[in-house]
Write a protein that binds this ligand. Sequence first.
Ligand code: ADE
Length: 266
Amino acid sequence: MRVDLFTIFPGLLEAVGSESLVGRARRSGLLDLRIHDLRSATIDPRRSVDDTPFGGGAGMVLAPGPVFGAVEAAQPPRPLFLLGPGGRRLDQALVRELADRGSAPGEGFSLLCGRYEGVDERVADHLVDDELSIGDYVLAGGEAAAFVVVEAVARLVPGVMGNEASAGEESFSDGLLEYPQYTRPAEFRGWPVPEVLRSGDHARVARWRRAQALARTLARRPDLVEARGGLSDDEVRLLAEHGYSAVSPRSPEEPPRREPHRPRRS
Ligand code: ADE
């Protein structure tokens, strides 16, 4: 899969993009990540990429010349997204959509990192295909957002995750948060691992995990339960069997929800 990034801070993205999962995916040839410096297409000796806004006001605006120049020279894979807080909100469904774009060699998508003060509107109107936001908060620029998008997508590219099962099983893959995980020691500072996980009874473990995922999602993100159409009768029963009052988030009067087993910090 090919992903092209356009930025005024190529060193920043090279640094984060050379480590961990993304770095490994690049080295193994599964991810062709190309980082382009927007200053490469500047013509003035100071290599400036921004200028003062027409009409006055504070801050500088990323000028169209360097941006168009860099993108046209690279001929990046489309769609090309401008990163900014006003864009379409990234979620796991969109991450999956982007990952699916890279199924043929050379195919993929591209990201243009804006600066928050502004990008000349002709870039949005005539160069990019869409705008993308990673959440309702304001970053100084799109670089951190670009890395979020790249890492979320890269882990879905076949072969990138060592354990293929884990990309599917965890949070959001079926609209639920992940169940709690434990490792050794079986007891830590007096807090034991739930007995069921040490029982060796795989069917019981699977049911417990499902109940925990449901209970945790109901407690923390009822909007996600609602988005998948509420709870089925089986799920309500499963929650009840595990000691949770399974109230659909659509029900108007909800009792306080019990959280799944959670060690307290003391
Ligand atoms: N640039 C500034 N804020 C951003 C955000 N929330 N998402 C993507 N790019 C941004």
